[in-house]
Ligand binder design. Sequence first.
Ligand code: SF4
Length: 699
Amino acid sequence: MGTEHGSDVSGVDTHCPYCALQCGTRMWDTGGGVSVRPRDFPVNRGGLCRKGWTAPEVLRAGDRLRQPWVRNTRGVLARSDWDSALDRVGKELRRIMAAHGPDAVGVFGGGGLTNEKAYLLGKFARLALGTRQIDYNGRFCMAAAATAGKAAFGLDRGLPFPVTDLAQAEVILLAGANPAETMPPLMRHLEDPELIVIDPRRTATARRARLHLQPVPGTDLTLALGMLHVVVTEGWLEERYVRERTVGFRQVYRSVVHWPPERVERVTGVSAAEQREAVGLLARAERSYVLTGRGAEQHSGGTDTVAAFIDLALALGLPGTPGNGYGCLTGQGNGQGGREHGQKADQLPGYRSITDPHARAEVAKVWGIAPEELPGPGSSAYELLDGLGTSGGARALLVFGSNPVVSAPRSAHVERRLEALDLLVVADFVPSETAEMADVVLPVTQWAEEEGTMTNLEGRVLRRREVLPPPGEARSDLEVLHGLAVRLGQDPARFPTHAPSVFDELARASAGGPADYSGITYQRLDAGEQLHWPCPETDRSPHPGTRRLFLDAFAHEDGKARFVVVEPRGPGETAESAEMLWATTGREAAHYQSGAQTRRVDELVETSPEGTVSVHPDTARRHGLVEGGRARVSSARGSVSLRVRLDSGMRPDTVFLPFHHAGAARANLITNPVLDPRSRMPEFKVAAVWVEPLVEEAG
Ligand code: SF4
């Protein structure tokens, strides 16, 4: 038997490399590879989804990157060595910065990077490059929920309670989340509660629900207002909680008074009776939760939509009440930690604001520089990509752990912007679609080949452990950043390559910030302590971490949560003709994010070999589509070619495209990059499209 934490002769305890649930696994070196089994860790209780079971296959992918590649004078990527590759990058970066200033270099990170990598990447950008231009793909994932959570509670932690609390609930409202497919082991905690699911599709999660509300895409915000109206008018308002623990209800009430359920029904397609039933279920339960996912969040009004669901939860007295709450189901593996350590355009380590003079001074002290040497905030992820190669935009881009050619909205445009760069450098472990465009490709380690920490969706800090040596010449991203920093004239000691040393510095840099890790050490984690941030360093006995937030007070200075007034607004574009449909995008069970990893696993590819479009059978008949035939789905941004899948669980006015596939099946060829004004989240979840049959060519 392996030990509960750490390792012994029969295995090493670690976590799945994929989603934010971070299921506990035990892995063994089988000589040439690893074998993985689930273990009895609280979030997965011995369960694992197919992606987790098959994750070792990515370690031995046939096209695994094993040495650096550099584009030669004939424009071909050719094998290289580390010194040549890093020398070339260093020289090019120095030339570009000398000619155009530090902001001519951009950095694009990822929500799957370990805490140590995310921290060192932010430090590298601000200190070694001196650029403002750093952001990451987590902007496409969590930005709306984070912005809304911070406004309401003064602090953003996806789930402010442990996942295991959900199992004791009587009722859970899931707005735009489909965990039965995206994180199946989570469903072990949702077996007893009754579920209310809001989703335009009848998903696997919706099929298990007591009540499925199926709104028109882009109208969730209006639906939340209608439900809040019902709370007030039908006497469900938790008046004492609202009076003692919140501010701003009166203003919100004045705005929702205009949204009775009958009016909401005309906008959303969800009947007034269903709205009332949903609120009644939530309100009558002793213990209930409201959870949001990307379906509610990835809109040009995403922050307001989440704010409306938080308003609903506050009116029912849920957040900060034992056994109840609001939370966001963060998606990427380190979606929580990735947003805390400084790879986001507006943040410094510890989840501090880069515009806060006190935070700047604290971080500058740890980094040994003057606060004024720290650059200010830069552009958000899509704006950074959109500006590449333009006057005022970055002319060089360093990409770590991200594949924006597939995952960014309006992806053909993003591809053109990447082509316009003077220098594109990609650090990855497989030749992703973005790596294939690069001038320099740097091979890096992945989960079973490295030490580090991740922070899961409940703010729990977890250890990732090494069991295999890296293949070929692959190096850790920490070593890559060290090598580049040295070539940019930095003191090597400022960029450690030893993960525990980076963590110790990260913890010091976070001290006093909202996400305070200063009391967490590798020793404590390796001893099996379950530590959720904030976990500050103390003079006395070690801080136990904070499993549940807000039970006594919210994080605003007065300790009270904020109701936020929001106004409904439609999607960023309108359907110009009655023939147009709404397209919405999302994940399917077999694949993860841009698919760069899971498209290299045979078993997963067999299950989902190509891009599909799910269409209601009546809609298919109207548009001349047949099951298994091909369709072209076109928006104002471009067209995508997909296999038709008939699904009577779809709304007849809506089609669904999984976003994991590449080439002509890239769902993001059609998505709308219009941004949420507050979080800069693009509108992945709704686009006006034409759908037509495509004749398949023989062969
Ligand atoms: Fe991995 Fe997420 Fe599946 Fe768990 S649910 S095995 S963390 S992909």
